[in-house]
Structures are given as structure tokens and as C-alpha cells.
Write a new protein. Structure first.
Length: 148
């Protein structure tokens, strides 16, 4: 609740940016209001989060000098970028560069996740087809008096 209060009372935020941060709904978007770019982007939750694994949302707003970010769960891309900054392996010259890095990490993570889902789905269909073929073969063999 403290973060909501800070955002609600931040004088630098234009009203549409503040409203987008404080709204209950989730919808992916990127908008521009004056010199502020703001949005709500999907990201993958960490496996250890309290909620089910899947997509979470990262809300952000930035201008040339200020960046505000918010999330309800630990998110993979945000945490990867934060760790890279903490250990000194990544430096950003502007808030825009940081958001670009988070977006890139998020897209890479979702691409990897979707590729894994496609592979698991294909393996499941292959196993199902193989089982169906085996069962059909058994029925045919049973008709012929052979249980194999």
C-alpha cells in the first residue's frame, strides 16, 4: 500500500500515467503522455513465486530523468536485469535503455517458454499417436487370435 500512496502523490507524474499505474486492470500497452512513456508489459513469473507460474505484469513509466516500475510478483526479466546491474555487468545510460533491456529479456524468455511448450505438445501428440497405433495393432492381433 505504501507504493500505491507514493505513486498517487508523485507530483511529476501526469494524471493519465498515475491512473494507469493505479488501475486494477491488466492490459498490455505502451502509451505516451507528454514526455512520459508508460505501459504494462507481460513477463514470466519466477517458479518460486507464491502464485501459479505463468505471466505476470510489469508496469513502468519513465521520462529523461526518472523511472518508476511496479510488479506484484517476482518477474524473471526484471530480476535478471536488476542482478546484472547489481553485479556491474550491465550499465544503462538512460531509463529508456533499461526498459528496452527488460523488454528484450521478456521477449527472449517468452520465446523460450513457447518453444518448450511446442516441443512438449509435439512429444505428447507423438506418444498419443504411438499408443493409438499400438492399441489398434493389439485389437487386430486379438481378432487374429494373437494377444500381441
Amino acid at each position: 500500500m505504501r507504493a500505491r500512496h507514493e505513486i498517487a502523490t508523485e507530483p511529476a507524474l501526469p494524471p493519465p500515467v498515475r491512473d494507469a499505474f493505479l488501475s486494477a486492470g491488466h492490459g498490455c500497452h505502451i502509451d505516451l503522455e507528454g514526455d512520459w512513456l508508460y505501459g504494462d508489459l507481460p513477463d514470466l513469473r519466477h517458479d518460486y513465486s507464491a502464485e501459479a507460474r505463468g505471466l505476470g505484469h510489469f508496469r513502468f513509466a519513465f521520462n529523461d530523468t526518472m523511472l518508476i516500475g511496479g510488479r506484484k510478483q517476482p518477474l524473471q526479466s526484471v530480476d535478471k536485469i536488476r542482478k546484472a546491474m547489481d553485479n556491474g555487468s550491465r550499465k544503462f545510460r538512460s531509463p529508456a535503455e533499461l526498459i528496452e533491456a527488460v523488454m528484450g529479456q521478456s521477449l527472449d524468455g517468452m520465446t523460450t517458454e513457447l518453444a518448450g511448450l511446442a516441443t512438449r505438445s509435439m512429444a505428447s501428440r507423438t506418444a498419443s499417436s504411438a499408443m493409438h497405433g499400438t492399441m489398434s495393432g493389439r485389437r487386430w492381433s486379438m481378432r487374429a487370435g494373437n494377444w500381441w
